[in-house]
Design a protein around this ligand. Sequence first.
Ligand SMILES: NC(=O)c1ccc[n+]([C@@H]2O[C@H](COP(=O)([O-])OP(=O)(O)OC[C@H]3O[C@@H](n4cnc5c(N)ncnc54)[C@H](OP(=O)(O)O)[C@@H]3O)[C@@H](O)[C@H]2O)c1
Length: 377
Amino acid sequence: MEPQPQPHNNYVALIIGVTGLTGVSLAEALSRPDCLGGPWKVYGASRRPLPAWFSPSLLHHYITLDALDTEDTRAKLSPIAHEVTHVFWVTFQIREDEETNVAMNGTMLTNVLNVLRSSPSPRLHHVTIQTGTKHYMGPINDPVRSRHLASHDPPFHESMPRLPYPNFYYALEDLVASYAPSLTYSVHRASIIIGASTRSTHNALLMLAAYAAVCRHEGLPFRYPGTRYTWEHFCDMIDAGVLAEQHVWAAVTPQAKNEAFNCTNGDFFTWKKMWKVLSEEFDVEFVDYKEEDDFDIVEMMSHKGEVWEEIVEKHGLYKTKLEEIACYPPFKVVANFKFQHVSSMNKSKEFGFLGFADSFKSVRKWVARLRHMKIIP
Ligand SMILES: NC(=O)c1ccc[n+]([C@@H]2O[C@H](COP(=O)([O-])OP(=O)(O)OC[C@H]3O[C@@H](n4cnc5c(N)ncnc54)[C@H](OP(=O)(O)O)[C@@H]3O)[C@@H](O)[C@H]2O)c1
């Protein structure tokens, strides 16, 4: 019989948003017997039952709860409130106006922390909060505010001051910091996340995969939905596996307590080069950028729900609806940035997190994974 690893810390994780892009990778990381700080006991939560592609063996127990609902959260988390030592916050609710986002996301986090803190013998001592580069850009998806935003100049650095706009990321940081000193926290400011889930609000790779599949199915050109500027300038992204590693590292590393860290793969790419990789992976012809192309991916894909259903049927894929798995407006915003979307990883490295990925290899890996999960053809 193989020797079983002995728990050292008896750490118990609760991943809120476990079926999302980062949640899945966190469940995989934390369930490995040799995970930093482990072996861990891992609970995961989100609203809907587990999808068929999610392996229940990654979790000790899966909990369905709506973190927006105070009573539901209390009922579902009270039985484990005395056990949980670490919360991994990888969930969010997003609406158009940022005031609503501040209110909703603040309520969700308050509901969860209040239950865990109200146990007669709470063990909770660290919360990781995932946010993103909107910390430096402001509410870019708010249709009114986005027209007048004065964002920071990239590369984004953690020391940049907050912008003078409402931002639910700031609200979450302030909220978790308000529990000090009885709790520590870390903030993970993610770039565009590349991973595999059908339960994600903004899944750039799946959105591009669905677009490419429609182009292939209908014999349409796989055009880039942005500007020449973003086609030729640098952007960065983050592999969901590396992001999960950064969460775990910060959760168990004393010098990372009460700090915020950017999280990117540590390299850059141009969409022009990435488009070649995507074209190869999705088996569509590479189409170079053309100025005269007046092409709106949001408009085009808004009519392709039935085509996606045909593709799912034809290839025997896991059943999804296009509008549930692919959200095109945020990608259109990214593809039309007037600046290079890049963040510095210096602080993260200086504090001791050295995780990285080659963005091109990462994209190829996650495309293969989505295919293996039978989510894309
Ligand atoms: N996606 C990106 O590329 C990206 C990039 C940078 C930053 N971020 C930031 O990262 C954070 C996490 O986003 P993500 O993209 O990793 O998440 P995600 O993939 O969209 O996953 C969200 C998860 O939360 C669950 N969920 C949603 N509402 C819930 C509720 N009320 N109660 C309980 N569970 C709920 C979802 O499952 P159910 O729907 O079944 O509940 C799902 O498991 C956000 O702040 C986001 O802005 C994301």
